[in-house]
Write a protein that binds this ligand. Structure first.
Ligand code: FMN
Length: 363
């Protein structure tokens, strides 16, 4: 994929639209899941160099998240509050019909001038489906459904006479108007790290989201997903999750991490650990998200500490550049005290990353 590697690294932040913050810990988190706070944060983020925001989807109280705002509606509200930010709404195949979702996102895209995107999540939270009376498919079947889901929404966004005949969805001569704004279709991100998830990305997703990973773990995923993409003549970009603790000294940053883990809400983390056995651990090769996560990793529920974006701005910038060299096109970031930390990141970390990127170009 010529050109992609030399693009500037992009940044996204996790929208805190779920209560409890981004770490399951009783440490003070100066953040808020409500709209007013999130509106201010979104404006600050786009002025601090963030190109994307990713909202989370959680439908019911669970594992430290007592309150949740719905992802697609909240994303549209953030789009309306901002000028340039692209907002990615997380959606579950199985709970959304792809035609209804395609229609919603087409409208959001037109209203926002082409800034809507989706993150297709195949699910780990069995009770969320079964307690709503919906079937819980076996792991790889969920991914087969997700592939059909993505193919259907793309077809509906791009064809005036959409047709699809699959095992999960059937569409006949359907025309969504308005179509999305100014490009073939809104970007499709995909969460999920198992073998089935990697193959899915190599076939149909525009972006593959990796959970937090060290350098080798990330490289291994990139190589495998690129292999699947090459087999399918498909182009895919890579986003990597990481939890940022940027402080003036490394010891300050590490002390914050220690405090987060010491004050972990053990019951919620253990409950989560048990629930996510429905993800990668339930597959035959036992690969995938959370399959090898330890207690400490799960305190940031997307393994965000593993990426190691914890230290001084210089140290964090060095790691960001190394991940870029290994194939990252985007870093998806979580923070403890969102407003303060996003501003600090924009002022003190991002400029160092940009300097180092310019040095890379000169080499
Ligand atoms: C960046 C990212 C964001 C995710 N967001 C959500 C979410 O908002 N809600 C949700 O239920 N699952 C979310 N997931 C989890 C996925 O749906 C999936 O269950 C998980 O990645 C396990 O996938 P695996 O079984 O393929 O390893 C997210 C995953 C990633 C990597």
């Amino acid at each position: 994929m010529p050109g992609i590697a030399s693009e500037p690294l992009k940044f996204a932040y996790w929208v805190p639209n779920v209560s409890g913050g981004l770490v399951t810990s009783d440490i003070e988190q100066r953040t808020d899941w409500g709209y007013e706070y999130n509106r201010e944060l979104a404006v600050l983020a786009e002025n601090s160099g963030f190109e994307y925001a990713l909202s989370q989807v959680r439908y019911t109280a669970s594992y430290g998240a007592a309150y949740q705002h719905e992802s697609t509606g909240f994303s549209l509200a953030l789009l309306l509050a901002t000028q340039r930010l692209k907002v990615i709404a997380a959606v579950h195949p199985g709970l959304w019909h792809p035609g209804v979702l395609a229609k919603f996102i087409a409208s959001a895209d037109v209203i926002s001038g082409g800034r809507a995107a989706v993150n297709v999540v195949s699910g780990w939270f069995k009770d969320e489906f079964t307690n709503l009376g919906e079937p819980w498919l076996e792991h790889d079947e969920r991914y087969r459904r997700s592939e059909e889901f993505i193919r259907v929404v793309k077809e509906l966004w791009t064809s005036d006479h959409a047709e699809f005949a699959g095992d999960f969805y059937r569409i006949h001569d359907f025309d969504i108007k308005p179509k999305p704004a100014g490009r073939p279709h809104p970007e499709i991100f995909q969460g999920g790290n198992s073998t089935a998830a990697r193959k899915l990305a190599g076939r149909v997703s525009d972006w593959y989201f990796s959970n937090g990973k060290d350098f080798d773990g990330f490289s291994e995923q990139v190589a495998e997903v690129r292999g699947y993409a090459a087999e399918n003549d498909h182009a895919v970009r890579f986003g990597l999750n990481g939890f940022v603790i940027a402080r003036e000294t490394e010891s300050e940053a590490k002390a914050v991490l220690r405090e987060i883990v010491e004050k972990a809400n053990t019951e919620a983390v253990e409950g989560f650990r048990n629930a996510v056995k429905q993800a990668g651990s339930s597959t035959s090769d036992k690969k995938g998200m959370w399959a090898d996560s330890e207690f400490k990793d799960l305190v940031q529920y997307n393994d965000g500490f593993r990426t190691g974006l914890i230290g001084t701005p210089e140290q964090i910038a060095d790691r960001a550049i190394e991940y870029k060299k290994r194939g990252a096109n985007l870093l998806l970031l979580g923070f403890l005290h969102y407003l303060e930390d996003v501003e600090y990141f924009g002022k003190h970390v991002l400029p160092v990353i940009r300097e180092k990127e310019a040095d890379l170009e000169r080499v």
